[in-house]
Design a binder for this molecule. Structure first.
Ligand SMILES: NC(=O)C1=CN([C@@H]2O[C@H](COP(=O)(O)OP(=O)(O)OC[C@H]3O[C@@H](n4cnc5c(N)ncnc54)[C@H](OP(=O)(O)O)[C@@H]3O)[C@@H](O)[C@H]2O)C=CC1
Ligand SMILES: CC(=O)[C@@H](O)[C@H](O)COP(=O)(O)O
Ligand SMILES: [Mn+2]
Length: 380
């Protein structure tokens, strides 16, 4: 049996990881965590029998203990709880399906405990990639990409590190507002932004896809995962989301991974790599698809993409400022407290405000996050 822990089992990636567990039948979930959705969490605990679980708040932990008093499962909470789940003794893999920078410390703890990381939580690499990647090397644990584009790149590289490549072609759907002008984006609603054309995902990443901030985060994620510079990563808008990304080799050959928009494949690939396993579900039918199209991104209208690339080029703690500002701005947008275009405005203002730190350590990254939040809280 393969033994795994899941950080964020109640979310989109977490739930699909559990679908893989059910379908494959040879994975044991030894520990898992959620935030606040303890109704769904209880059902998952009863079905998958982890021996350790964590929730975010103490009151939810005590509620959950009452709900599952008939089981042997230990319930813990808070950051310590997340770290306990991430380092659970029996686990060989940790699926980081939690959203946001909150994933940094549990991921670091998991690496130090020698766990293989199936990484969905891109915010951790964006903000702390310079700490995470060397740490993973030191502890000899693989960071296996779950993000669909990065899994596609990983598959196109055939798992071999240090292959000489010309560039990565990172595909983007373009989101629900592809082709719109800035003027037209002034009055789009939360429901409009949550209406992704191809993928069904958590709310935060769905908004990120609509602003193309997701693509900026993914460029940074690819930089850390595959040791490529910014100018070797080309964002290609591909509205059908069929080519999940590609690699151009030195001889001009382009190798890509294609498929239906189904995150279960990259999750399964990460957990079984280098093995491929059967997987249920719809197959890509090229005749039904008919055609694939490609466009350049509109960096002016989707300012978040340009700001992310600027933050990456600036380096230091700027990706953290970019990411933290986006996390807070998207949270405000999800609460319908700010308008859509204010997301990019908040990111830009934060990047102008927060002082740059070269090569930040973990404490400085977390301080930068707090400073960014304080700046935003005082102004919006
Ligand atoms: N969804 C997708 O298809 C893809 C997602 N990703 C990345 O994967 C990560 C997860 O995304 P997704 O599954 O969509 O997100 P969801 O919002 O669907 O799920 C997030 C998970 O994190 C948990 N969580 C949130 N806040 C806390 C907290 N304070 N303490 C503990 N747990 C918490 C949630 O718990 P609860 O709901 O119980 O509060 C939930 O289990 C993100 O980094 C995203 O960018 C990458 C590629 C594709
Ligand atoms: C499924 C997945 O990996 C998402 O990150 C997806 O890429 C979002 O699509 P776009 O950001 O390309 O709209
Ligand atoms: Mn992606």
């Amino acid at each position: 049996m393969k033994k795994i822990s899941i950080l964020g089992s109640t979310g989109s990636i977490g739930s699909q990881t559990l679908e893989i567990v059910s379908e494959q039948g040879d994975i044991d979930v030894v520990a898992m965590s959620c935030g606040h959705n303890i109704g769904l969490f209880e059902k998952q605990i009863r079905k998958y029998h982890p021996s350790l679980v964590a929730v975010w708040e103490e009151k939810d932990a005590s509620d959950l203990r009452t709900r599952i008093g008939d089981l042997q499962t230990e319930v813990c909470y808070g950051l310590d709880g997340l770290i306990r789940v991430a380092t659970a003794d029996a686990a060989e893999y940790v699926v980081t399906a939690i959203v946001g920078m909150l994933g940094i410390r549990p991921t670091i703890a998991a690496i130090k405990a020698g766990k293989k990381i199936a990484l969905a939580n891109k915010e951790t690499l964006v903000t702390a990639g310079h700490l995470i990647m060397p740490l993973a090397k030191e502890y000899q644990v693989p960071i296996l990409p779950v993000d669909s584009e990065h899994s596609a790149i990983f598959q196109s590289l055939n798992g071999q590190e240090n292959q000489k490549i010309n560039k990565i072609l990172l595909t983007a759907s373009g989101g629900p507002f592809r082709g719109k002008t800035k003027e037209e984006l002034k009055h789009v609603t939360l429901q409009d932004a949550l209406n992704h054309p191809n993928w069904s995902m958590g709310r935060k990443i769905t908004v990120d896809s609509s602003t193309l901030v997701n693509k900026a985060l993914e460029v940074m994620e690819a930089h850390w995962l595959f040791s490529v510079d910014a100018d070797q990563i080309e964002v290609v808008v591909h509205p059908q989301s069929v080519i999940h990304s590609a690699v151009e080799y030195e001889d001009g050959a382009i190798i890509a991974q294609l498929g239906t928009p189904d995150m279960r494949l990259p999750i399964q690939y990460a957990l079984y790599y280098p093995q491929r396993r059967p997987l249920s579900g719809a197959r890509l039918n090229l005749f039904e698809l008919g055609q694939m199209t490609f466009e350049k991104p509109d960096y002016e209208t989707f300012e978040g993409l340009q700001l992310g690339l600027d933050a990456m080029r600036e380096g230091g703690n700027m990706p953290t400022v970019f990411n933290a500002a986006n996390e807070r701005a998207v949270a405000l947008f999800l609460q319908e407290k700010i308008s859509y275009l204010t997301i990019a405005e908040i990111i830009r203002a934060s990047m102008e405000h927060v002082t740059k730190i070269e090569n930040p350590n973990l404490e400085e990254i977390l301080d930068t996050e707090q400073l960014t939040y304080e700046f935003i809280n005082n102004r919006w």
